[in-house]
Design a protein around this ligand. Sequence first.
Ligand code: UDP
Ligand code: MG
Length: 312
Amino acid sequence: MTKLVIIVPCYNEEEVLHSTARQLKTILAGMIDSGLITQDSRICFVNDGSKDKTQDIIENLCKSDMYFAEIKLAANFGHQYALLAGMNTIDCDAAITIDADLQDDCAIIPDMVRKYLDGFDVVYGVRNRRDTDTFFKKNTAVLFYKLMEFMGVKIVFNHADFRLLSKKALTMLGEYKERNVFLRGIIPLIGLNSCKLYYDRAKRSAGESKYPLKKMLAFAWTGITGFSTFPLKIITFTGALCIMAGLMWWIILCGMYFTDREIPSAGIILSFVVFFSGIITLSLGIVGEYTGKILSEVKQRPRYQIDKRINI
Ligand code: UDP
Ligand code: MG
């Protein structure tokens, strides 16, 4: 039997918490009754330094019902850290993370557990449609996933942080000690048996998004810089391109000199500017590439993960 914990990060979620707790409890109780999970499975709210009535609501829920539990963080550390705090702290066979606004369809949770019982260590919740997101959010999100894909980052398209991880996956995740956490990039690095479950994303039922544009851009940048050195390659490439342009320019100028054509002095100056700008840009790119290597060393990510051993 599986001990399941549903981890719900909460930051100023007083408007949605009662409804979320009710819906999640119904699902958890249903799974316990049908023998899918153990009696001591829990819904664990991670209060990420909320300033509204979130803490009171969670405390009351925990007092009145043994299905609920709480991890209260000392301040607002951000969504990714709240998820990590939950996953690192709780002892369970499988953990599911889901946002407090239930925009992700909690009705597929029992199917996620069934997939886990079928032998999958990672079950990704993937959004079928994003009709309920604003035009801006939908398109910037799609652009972001495409960009990450283009830069060679392993990432599951249209998957946010709604997923199940087995105990094995949780232990492996614990070995990624980096500070700039972007779980969507880390989980695919772990490997293991994974599958996807599709659902339609709903509108936020109440309250407003805790990811305003500024936070969203910062998050996207964390994802790009933490998993790709592609921007550095662009710098190196641009530098090399400028050097080649400068060299070709000089060949043309030499041709003009030997065919007795008049050479404009501005042309000579500009050719030097282009060539030496190229040298500087290329040098920056090369230094950058080394910095990228240092970054990956500093992160000390595990170099491999062992799934299974036989006879050894
Ligand atoms: N959240 C958090 N800490 C923060 C910001 C957000 O724990 O600093 C939680 C929030 O309560 C919610 C989840 O992260 O459960 C996702 O936030 P939200 O639904 O506002 O993001 P969106 O769906 O708009 O991207
Ligand atoms: Mg949301």
